[in-house]
Design a protein around this ligand. Structure first.
Ligand SMILES: Nc1ncnc2c1ncn2[C@@H]1O[C@H](COP(=O)(O)OP(=O)(O)OP(=O)(O)O)[C@@H](O)[C@H]1O
Ligand SMILES: [Mg+2]
Length: 280
């Protein structure tokens, strides 16, 4: 049975779970130094992601979703609390080992072809060319880019560029994927296609995913659990289990009764937060 439970209870219960915790945020805080003063962006982020679990984070613009991923990736320091990846404390000054990050902004190198963008992480790690090319070809196939290997980013559609970005992250086989609104800039139909593709890729090989979105339908479609962040300074308002069986059809699942019930539960919380934010 699905339940609405505070994040702290969820963590306590899940610590008895057989699966190890992949990511743990415990009382994580973040302040930014802005115009001569500290601005509080995140007050208390407490939630976890179990090994092999897909957790979606949803919340209003500016509530700190990208900041959470930046901290998990180890490229931004926190100002308080504990943050661990597979039991190892995450530092703000060293990229977290075993984590792949698909950032909100497209970061493909414009002067490199799709193939050469995808194999870049392996080049940086010093793998021999033949091995790099073999692995990149597999990724091209996996994300459905066959025939576009030699296209430059400006010759690719928005969806294709997203596929290149995903392949470039998957190629070094991270245990944990951080994804920040990966399909946010695409039109509604293409978003559905990309969601379907991502679920297909994850069916082939289960991974731990922490996925930021502002789209409630997308969060329910994709996730095992949804973390709702309240507006700035952010706290975790709700952690909701998504008890819809897999494999899921990204189109049909939206018309199932359980999807509607979960949508109602989450929308009540999110719309209440939006109204509170407007009154402030
Ligand atoms: N480097 C920074 N310096 C100062 N303030 C920052 C910095 N990065 C983020 N912020 C502030 O922290 C808050 C959270 O930003 P963040 O980008 O994490 O939000 P978000 O939830 O990802 O928003 P969106 O949905 O629009 O992508 C915002 O108010 C933002 O202005
Ligand atoms: Mg963001």
């Amino acid at each position: 049975m699905s339940s609405m439970m505070p994040a702290s209870e969820s963590i306590a219960e899940r610590h008895n779970d057989a699966r190890p915790t992949a990511l743990l945020f415990q009382g994580v805080r973040k302040h930014f130094w802005k115009n001569g003063q500290w601005v509080e962006a995140i007050r208390n982020a407490t939630f976890d992601v179990q090994d092999g679990e897909f957790v979606a984070v949803i919340g209003p613009s500016g509530c700190g979703k990208s900041t959470l991923l930046n901290m998990a990736a180890g490229i931004m320091d926190r100002t308080g609390g504990e943050l661990e990846h597979r039991g190892v404390p995450v530092s703000g000054s060293a990229v977290t080992s075993g984590v792949g990050y698909v950032t909100q902004k497209d970061t493909l190198l414009p002067w490199r072809t799709a193939m050469d963008n995808i194999q870049l992480p392996l080049e940086i790690r010093g793998l021999p060319k033949r091995e790099r090319m073999e692995k990149a070809a597999k990724q091209i196939d996996l994300v459905g880019l066959s025939g576009f290997e030699n296209h430059f980013p400006h010759e690719l559609s928005g969806g294709m560029r997203k596929r290149v970005g995903l392949a470039r992250t998957l190629i070094y086989e991270p245990q944990t994927l951080l994804m920040d609104e990966p399909f946010g800039a695409l039109d509604a139909q293409l978003t559905l296609v990309m969601e379907e593709e991502l679920l297909r890729i994850l069916e082939q090989r289960r991974r731990t995913v922490l996925y930021v979105t502002h789209d409630l339908d997308e969060a329910i479609t994709m996730a095992d659990r949804v973390v709702v962040l309240a507006a700035r300074p952010s706290t975790v308002h709700l952690v909701q289990d998504i008890d819809i069986p897999r494999p899921r059809d990204v189109h049909k699942v939206r018309y199932t009764p359980r999807f509607g019930q979960l949508h109602d539960i989450l929308w009540n919380v999110i719309s209440g937060d939006i109204r509170k934010g407007e009154e402030m």
